[in-house]
Design a protein around this ligand. Structure first.
Ligand SMILES: [Zn+2]
Length: 160
């Protein structure tokens, strides 16, 4: 498929032009899938993967990032959005973890050797290049919603 774009954990925010994936059938996703079992897509098959308000819900962040990087084509983009660590939203009871910019930089080729292995001993797929990191409140150029009441962190990263 040309220009394949995937929206992970879409919930009720489906995006047109994307393959919307969610475990919850009530959201009427294009693909119903338990993302804890990995991404149901081939290696090097996606031009863009969107993870809006998603990664902070993943109990195994490293495995999910490895999967995202596996599925992206070389040159493909990850667009992530998550609550800033120093805001109340980051501590929501339905979030599995706090996400910080450093978490993405850990997947960059030249990041510290200390980060080659996660605490579970899993090897990081170090093929990302973080292109943009920006915390935005109000008008947002990255999101279909167009603006945020509360601040949100945005990361755009490319698979190399
Ligand atoms: Zn935004």
């Amino acid at each position: 498929m040309d220009n394949r774009k995937i929206n992970l954990g879409c919930g009720h925010k489906r995006q047109s032009g994307y393959i919307n994936v969610d475990f919850n059938a009530d959201c009427k996703p294009d693909v119903i899938h338990d993302l804890r079992k990995g991404l149901p897509f081939d290696c090097d098959s996606a031009d863009e993967i969107v993870a809006f308000d998603f990664l902070e819900h993943c109990e195994d962040f490293v495995s999910m990032m490895n999967e995202i990087i596996r599925v992206l084509k070389p040159g493909g983009f990850l667009k992530a959005r998550f609550p800033p660590w120093n805001t109340e939203g980051a501590f929501s009871a339905n979030h599995a973890r706090i996400v910080i910019y450093r978490d993405f930089e850990s997947f960059e080729k030249d990041s510290s050797p200390d980060f080659v292995y996660s605490i579970w001993g899993e090897r990081l797929n170090k093929r990302l290049k973080v292109i943009r990191k920006e915390t935005i409140r109000g008008k947002c150029p990255y999101c279909p919603e167009g603006k945020h009441k509360l601040p949100k962190c945005h990361v755009i990263a490319q698979k190399i």
